[in-house]
Design a protein around this ligand. Structure first.
Ligand code: MG
Length: 342
């Protein structure tokens, strides 16, 4: 997301205003614009040591519920291995942020600014601004000839996954231009099937601070109904093969580009179906390049076979785009596919 960093110190214009001015409607806020959480999200600033040296720091604050947070501290965003990565669990008490394992640290949060210091002899000061970094690919326009799959109103392109329910309308909800999972109504998939294609899709994770792991904003984008690009609220985590951007249990993203819950994100995917010789022998695996929030997280990656939950093993046939109902209120919008080699 480096190219599209939207940096506005909260001190300059106030928290709610920053979020609404940086972000399209709904990003980092819900509905009427209320803030999902005052601490959660990206922070950027500096640490100043007693000898005067200044070190840039970034913090991703993961909401854990009950005023608890995990602060992942690095020297820059969007890297798997920073020159340092440390994380601390902290608590919010009024405007005071405390880190129980470092009681000498004192910090306050006010108007989107964290200001803190240590009370030790080697004291450091630190200051951070709350920022919102949006994907540069949000709102990507479908090229001429693309197949529109969801433009904010109609579910005409979709059907239920379950064969026995095909005649029943899709159970997911459409409102405010958004498609939202209705838990328990099942996966949905496009009526049309695709072979090689370029996909654009936007998604947003629900705010579930008490949930952990695979129970936190889980859904999935299944290419050809067979290969899952995981959708999960894994904001601030390491970026494993079952977390957001992972090709499920096949490959971890190069870097975890997951944005905080409540913020719209984008996947831009180039998919090449597996290739077979005349005798049915596989000559090449399915291949995928995935761009998450503007950053390449998989490049021409070979996927040896269908991932868990695939619709079938008929890998020689075209397949639908499938979106997973994993029981969480994940939202989607602006979905289109441009067919390659049709
Ligand atoms: Mg999933």
């Amino acid at each position: 997301m480096n190219a599209s960093v939207c940096v506005r110190p909260f001190a300059a214009c106030g928290l709610a205003m920053v979020l609404s001015s940086c972000a399209p409607s709904g990003s980092a806020t819900r509905g009427g614009g209320e803030l999902l959480d005052p601490v959660m999200g990206d922070w950027q600033g500096h640490r100043v040591s007693v000898d005067g040296s200044v070190v840039p720091i970034t913090v991703q604050a993961i909401a854990l519920g009950e005023q608890k947070y995990r602060f992942v501290v690095q020297n820059r965003f969007d890297v798997r291995d920073s020159s340092f990565t440390v994380s601390y669990e902290g608590m919010l008490d009024g405007s005071r942020l405390g880190v129980p394992e470092h009681p000498s640290w004192v910090a306050t949060i006010e108007d989107g600014v964290i200001a803190g210091r240590t009370t030790l002899s080697e004291a450091v000061h630190f200051g951070l601004n709350h920022i919102v970094r949006l994907s540069p690919n949000l709102g990507a326009t479908a090229p001429e000839g693309a197949v529109g799959l969801f433009n904010g109103t109609s579910l005409e392109a979709w059907e239920r996954r379950e064969v026995k329910q095909r005649e029943t309308p899709v159970g997911w909800k459409v409102f405010d231009g958004v498609l939202e999972v209705v838990p328990g109504t099942g996966d949905i998939m496009t009526k049309r099937k695709f072979a090689d294609f370029q996909l654009h899709i936007e998604f947003r994770s629900p705010f579930m601070p008490e949930a952990r792991g695979q129970a936190r904003g889980n859904s999935g984008v299944y290419l050809q109904g067979r290969y899952e690009v995981q959708v999960l609220d894994s904001y601030g985590l390491k970026g494993e093969d079952n977390e957001c951007g992972g090709i499920y249990k096949v490959s971890a993203p190069r870097v975890n580009m997951c944005a905080p819950p409540g913020q719209w994100q984008s996947y831009d995917v180039a998919f090449r179906a597996p290739r077979f010789g005349p005798d049915g022998t596989k000559r090449d695996d399915a291949r995928v390049t995935v761009v998450h929030n503007g950053i390449v997280i998989h490049e021409n990656l070979a996927i040896p076979g269908p991932t868990g939950g695939a619709i079938d093993e008929d890998v020689q046939l075209p397949g639908p785009l499938l979106l997973q109902d994993h029981g969480n209120l994940v939202q989607y919008r602006n979905i289109w596919i441009y067919e390659l080699n049709p």
